[in-house]
Design a protein. Sequence first.
Length: 265
Amino acid sequence: MDIAPLTTLEKALAKTEADADSALKAATIAVSSLKKFRTAAQTGNLRDLRKTIEAAEQAITALQQQFTNAKEDWDFDEETYLSNKTYTSEILEAAGQIGLKIFEQDDRLYCYPFLIRILPGERSILIDKVRERRLRPSVLVKHLKDMQNKPSRFKPDAFLESLFSAYEIVVAPRGKGLVNTGIVIALRDIYNLLTLLPGQSREYSRQEFARDIYLLDQSRVTRTKGGLIVNFPASTGTKSTSGTITVITQDGHEKKYYGISFAKE
């Protein structure tokens, strides 16, 4: 179906929620009628028995009609809607209403410190690697805001050690003893090594790697267990998109990283 210009997922779900609420009210009336029918049978109240049967039948018919209406009213083409930019715009608008900062980058949304990927075919989204099926914009942005208020799961110390291990491997062929001399290695080379196994680049995207570099850079963790200090030196490579990795910062600005080095203090 074609989605009307003014139709949003929020409005469609609000309408269906109201329909479901009406069906629940009809169900309450139906249950009440059935209980009266049962009581008349239990007590042998023959005068009311036939009357309660008719009342229960009418209530059940009303419930069935209410449910049918609710079912038929949900004709939203969710896959098409999730596939285009309309849903993304709706999330950004809902986030703005509660003061939550969300920014768009490539095919992902960045809500510090989380990366969000929409999966239209699966009717779900990924928040980092966690699948989330609550897609109603007002509910989703509130969930994200709640997540922001919890302690970060990012472990800068462990990530720094992983970077250093990869760095050692890349530097080793260039000469013995160069590891602690501050030689600069392109971060893309480090990422390629970390995702060398088949399928690893899908499990750990370049966007996630860039985000983690940014989080490490923002943390106060700079020293490896061996006492070397990490640095993210700029290069002529940062003047163009070639050889760089890009992240959206907490304030929504684009930041480019090029290389990494380790050296004695």
